[in-house]
Design a binder for this molecule. Structure first.
Ligand SMILES: Cc1ncc(COP(=O)(O)O)c(C=O)c1O
Length: 439
């Protein structure tokens, strides 16, 4: 049986029906988010002009190498795009080096690990149980590069690496790479202290800003490249409001080091690097230059307001002693450790049209039955919601999770609230295309 027959047999759909099913599902997904509240901390929506760029003919094109040094012909226009993008990324992140080719945060990390260490070298990182990303662990990119990882002791009260214990670990292990940054990222990393310890033992400091890159660029979280990070990686689509992709940035002025980073991306980990997404990233960088500061500070203001409103409704919100959050994220606990209460809360909220994800919290040991939720307000901020709406959203959560109201009834009010927030803000030509529609 050839592959086409096998696919036909397995899906029991004609090719035409498969196409129709996919297009119908994309529309349905737009409807879900258009009528609902997208609150997954790693997600965002893109502006009309970013959509136009990623929907361009560049989708089918190739460019290997760097602007002006290509293997393929036909790249002059794309050279213009990537050249503008490199300049803008350096400006927006105040970096001495920027590579904008990475196709995701994970690919940025793989590239950085390749540039900065050899197989068998030591690395220190935040454990996945404490909120580190899988690419920082043996099961992910760190394992792929065959690095030996030691994890920092964690301060559960402050939700950050324990400073004294982590500095001691760095001095004892003398890692080739001191990796910091997490997926659960409420507060800035105490970077200066860790970077000082790292530089004493000639370790390169790598800051993974995947989640908080938009807040960093907006000047409202921390400034890793001036606090001791040698390299910063990140996604272009979480708080940074671009299309799916990544960045590789550095504070170093050493051109040999820049070459090493560029080579790690190509030919290291990318061949074609999704030129349409790079074009979208460049539009997002330009829009960020114009609107990013207001966007970033509105996110943090909204996250603080949302956390306080949830606490006032009666939810257990983590990190109360530090004011709950200094980022786009808020953490809530919904039952005993390892009880799976986070999973059932996420399901009930989905029934009400509120899209979230369960998350492990301090003490949880089972990834699939954690006690908590990790919530993000960046998407709601981007469609124009403010503090008043954050209070309303918290009361919708309470109706579903604390007062046992039928999620289907609450869903009507979710839809009503969302109907006033249908355009992307903090961008050019906001009204020219609804937020949740394709081109
Ligand atoms: C800290 C951290 N690094 C890297 C990544 C991977 O980013 P991407 O999904 O763009 O590959 C994530 C994803 O959530 C993350 O949280």
């Amino acid at each position: 049986m050839n592959l086409l027959c096998l696919v036909f047999f397995m899906s029991n759909r004609s090719p035409r029906e498969s196409v129709d099913a996919v297009l119908a599902a994309t529309k349905q997904s737009s409807r879900l988010y258009g009528h609902g509240l997208g609150m997954i901390a790693s997600e965002n929506i893109i502006s009309p002009n970013v959509k136009r760029a990623i929907n361009s003919d560049l989708h089918g094109r190739y460019a290997e190498g760097l602007p002006g040094k290509r293997y393929y012909q036909g790249c002059d226009d794309f050279d213009t795009i990537e050249g503008i993008g490199i300049d803008l990324a350096k400006k927006v992140f105040q970096a001495n080096f920027a590579n904008i080719q990475s196709t995701s945060g994970t690919v940025s990390n793989i590239g950085a690990l390749k540039a900065l260490a050899k197989p068998g070298d030591a690395i220190t990182a935040v454990s996945t149980a404490d909120g580190g990303h899988i690419s920082h662990a043996r099961m992910g990119a760190v394992g792929l590069r065959d690095l030996n990882v030691s994890t920092y002791p964690w301060d559960e009260e402050r939700m950050e690496p324990d400073i004294d214990g982590s500095c001691k670990l760095i001095r004892d292990v003398q890692p080739k790479i001191t990796l910091v940054g997490q997926s659960v990222f409420l507060f800035p990393t105490p970077l200066r202290e860790l970077a000082d310890a790292a530089h004493e033992v000639d370790s390169t400091v790598m800051y993974d800003g995947a989640h908080v890159l938009g807040l960093i660029a907006g000047g409202v979280f921390q400034d890793p490249l001036r606090e001791g990070a040698d390299v910063m990686t990140g996604s272009s689509h979480k708080t940074f409001p671009g299309p799916q992709g990544g960045f590789l940035l550095s504070s170093s002025e050493d051109e040999t080091f820049h070459r090493r980073l560029n080579n790690a991306m190509f030919p290291g980990v990318c061949s074609s690097y999704h030129l349409h997404h790079v074009a979208g990233k460049v539009v997002a960088l330009a829009e960020f230059e114009a609107f990013g500061q207001a966007y970033a500070s509105d996110i943090v203001r909204n996250a603080k307001a949302f956390a306080s409103s949830l606490a006032a409704e009666g939810f257990e919100v983590l990190a109360e002693s530090r004011g709950y959050t200094a980022s786009h994220q808020v953490l809530t606990r919904h039952g005993e450790i390892d009880s799976g209460a986070g999973a059932s809360a996420a399901k009930k909220l989905e029934d009400a049209g509120i899209i979230t994800n369960m998350n492990m919290l301090p003490g949880d040991t089972k990834a699939m039955s954690p006690s908590g939720l990790r919530l993000g307000v960046q998407e709601l901020t981007r469609v124009g919601m403010g503090v008043r709406e954050m209070n309303e959203v918290a009361s919708l959560y309470a109706r579903v999770l604390l007062h046992d109201e039928d999620p289907k009834t609450v869903r009507q009010d979710v839809q009503h609230l969302k109907s006033d927030f249908q355009h992307v803000h903090y961008c050019f030509d906001s009204e020219s295309l609804p937020a949740y529609e394709g081109m």
